[in-house]
Design a protein. Sequence first.
Lengths: 112, 114
Amino acid sequence: DIVMTQAPLSVSVTPGESASISCRSSKSLLHSNGITYVYWYLQKPGKSPQLLIYRMSNLASGVPDRFSGSGSETDFTLKISRVEAEDVGIYYCGQLLENPWTFGGGTKLELK
Amino acid sequence: EVQLVESGGGLVQPGRSLKLSCVASGFTFNNYWMTWIRQAPGKGLEWVASITNTGGSTYYPDSVKGRFTISRDNAKSTLYLQMNSLRSEDTATYYCTKGRFDYWGQGVMVTVSS
């Protein structure tokens, strides 16, 4: 199984500042079709997870462009610029390259 | 607007069965794979089962293989999860998701306890 490892476990950010969350996979997520199958989700307090980024760097519908995704074949970064109060929650990376589909353990973002 | 509405959760004794449902709307249901994902209390996300758009193929992790069965009724735009031989470690909120998990339902709680 592909293991997804996130860091840090938690991050505290001043509103208006930026934040970065890292995710590492135990195997390359680059498919032969050129697509890297890493996804990012945000679970706001008491809510269901929502998709933020798909295929490493594509912004999901309705997601502010303060969010961006980047990376290589095994190392990925979610960046949030100009953090706002509504960004608080737990961020998960996930790999959808191969079965079993797996997720990182989550990174909790809170405000200072 | 995409909507996924789960139902069927509750408290069940170990070894018993439960069937979850998810009614979908706002998209062409029979065009998409569908997936169940669960989250144990205070824990992360775990993939539980997926089914192709026609229902012709299903996929499970080892943790539920042989105990859980995913199915769908495209005429009713409804996804199901039949859970048998339930264990305490199956206690979680179960989410219905569309496609590559681009939309999630509100979740339904399943508690396995005597």
